[in-house]
Design a protein around this ligand. Structure first.
Ligand SMILES: Nc1ncnc2c1ncn2[C@@H]1O[C@H](COP(=O)(O)OP(=O)(O)OP(=O)(O)O)[C@@H](O)[C@H]1O
Ligand SMILES: [Mg+2]
Length: 469
């Protein structure tokens, strides 16, 4: 079945065939049907960017057909055709969602112009949708662990309220992502999401950043400038790293929160704004309050809806999901097939403590997607930072000399030594064996005896090593 671009709906044979001829001559594909019922059948079956629909039809009339087409295929653009041009009908059709209106007798030019406009609108709609999807992809939250499920619930509850939110969590746990999701799921989603990094802006500029300034307010203020509070009007202001604000700025922000209004620097005007505040920090604010680093009154103003994002090491079930998600995303972006991870490599990722949390994992997966050409990622393909940490964790606390037997001390030493060399040579058996001055078969035996992480030929899926006999 071929898909036609324009669907013509008219009960008059002459109109159908002349429209079809005009459109085809102009380079559009066109299909014609005789009734509203047939039109619905056609839009169910195929995607039509544009429908030319006669108002006067036997059976289901044009208006009703229009309404039904809008339900079946909301992205289709409908142009109404009428023999009795009346303003009221046109208005009614527009209310029902018609894109345009042309009158009989049909003029060639007007018809082609209307269809051309509708086609362009259809393309723009598609482009917009694609861009929005692309944007929304950036803000998906991956993770099925219990804390992540709870976090998702909490976002759903908090988003539609106007309550102030304070998000806490270590570096890279997803504080900004959660802030954006709250905004995107709120009634303010069509307003702006304005970000303000309180740690990154010098103390003497922060006031002008937040509240704006008027021309001549200070040296260098050559123009009026709108501040972040004004830009976030009707939307959300995200105060990132709020624990790093100076005490002077804290006092200023507190005043805005209390009075719901502010004055730009150098102005007496008092501006009223409707802004929802979401703040975030990785600092221990309770400790900061005790030691005078953070105002208690501001803390209670901000902390109406508290969010706590747990570090990645406390939700290791999420690691495989996140790993798969990022590998897929970045592989798509760099135009390659996502690589697999061997079982042992996955185990190592799950045992790593991830001090940089999701951001660290994301960066590593991007690097793998760019740098590694092989379809399968094994232990020794992982970054050294991870392998070294794994190795350090495997090391004994006590010094070798405190180990009672020579045999045990020797084993410990051997294990660490071989592991180091394996990391250095990226798991290459021949090169590692050569560097150690032993036979390959001997190295395989040691790996097995000393329980050194290694995948072997099958990628460790069966936990076995290659034949060494
Ligand atoms: N659960 C998740 N699913 C998918 N992506 C995530 C998740 N958590 C975080 N990310 C991504 O990891 C990166 C770091 O997240 P984000 O910037 O929100 O963290 P943060 O807590 O604000 O970090 P920092 O404290 O360093 O500012 C972002 O690219 C974010 O999209
Ligand atoms: Mg952040």
């Amino acid at each position: 079945m071929t898909s036609a671009a324009v669907l013509i709906v008219d009960d008059e044979k002459g109109v159908r065939s002349s429209l079809q001829g005009i459109l085809e001559d102009a380079g559009f594909a066109a299909e014609a049907v005789v009734s509203g019922e047939d039109a619905l059948e056609a839009v169910r079956r195929n995607e039509f960017p544009v429908v030319l629909l006669d108002i006067w039809l036997p059976g289901m009339d044009g208006m009703e057909t229009l309404g039904r087409i809008r339900q079946i295929s909301p992205e289709t653009l409908v142009i109404m055709i009428s023999g009795h041009g009346s303003i009221e009908t046109a208005v009614r059709a527009t209310r029902l969602g018609a894109f345009d209106f042309i009158e009989k007798p049909l003029s060639l030019e007007k018809t082609l112009l209307a269809v051309g406009n509708a086609m362009q609108q259809y393309r723009l709609q598609g482009e917009n949708l694609r861009l929005r999807r692309e944007l929304e992809r950036q803000y998906v939250m991956i993770g099925d662990s219990v804390p992540m499920q709870a976090l998702r619930q909490q976002i759903a509850f908090a988003a539609p309220t106007n309550g102030r939110v304070l998000i806490r969590g270590e570096n890279g746990t997803g504080k900004e992502l959660v802030a954006r999701l709250i905004h995107l799921n709120s009634l303010r989603r069509s307003g702006a999401f304005v970000e303000m990094n309180c740690a990154a802006i010098p103390e003497d500029l922060i006031e002008s950043e937040l509240f704006g300034h008027v021309k001549g307010a200070f040296t260098g203020a050559t123009e009026n400038k709108e501040g972040k509070f004004a830009r976030a009007d009707g939307g959300t202001l995200f105060l990132d790293e709020v624990g790093d604000m100076s005490s002077k700025t804290q006092a200023k922000v507190l005043r805005v929160l209390e009075e719901q209004q502010f004055s730009p620097v150098g102005s007496n005007a008092s501006l009223k704004v409707d802004v929802r505040i979401i703040a975030s920090t990785n600092k221990d604010l309770e400790y900061e309050m005790e030691t005078g680093g953070f105002r208690e009154d501001l803390y209670y103003r901000l902390n109406v809806l508290p969010f706590q994002i747990p570090p990645l090491r406390e939700r290791i079930e999420d690691i495989p999901l996140l790993t798969g998600h990022f590998l897929e995303e970045f592989s798509r972006r760099y135009g390659r097939k996502p690589p697999d991870l061997t079982r042992k490599a996955r185990e190592i990722l799950e045992s790593y403590p991830w001090p940089g949390n999701v951001r660290e994992l994301k960066n590593i997966m991007e690097r793998i997607a760019i740098m590694m050409q092989q379809p399968r990622i094994d232990i020794y393909d992982l970054p050294e930072a991870i392998l070294n940490r794994t190795m350090a964790a495997a090391k004994t606390e006590v010094s070798l000399f405190e180990i009672p037997s020579l045999h045990e001390a020797k084993e410990k030493f051997e294990k660490e030594f071989i592991l180091r060399k394996l990391i250095e040579y990226k798991g290459g058996i021949s090169r590692t064996a050569q560097a150690l001055g032993i036979e390959r078969s001997n190295l395989y035996r040691k790996i097995r005896q000393l329980d050194i992480p290694y995948s072997g030929r099958d990628g460790g899926e069966n936990g076995s090593l290659p034949d060494i006999s």
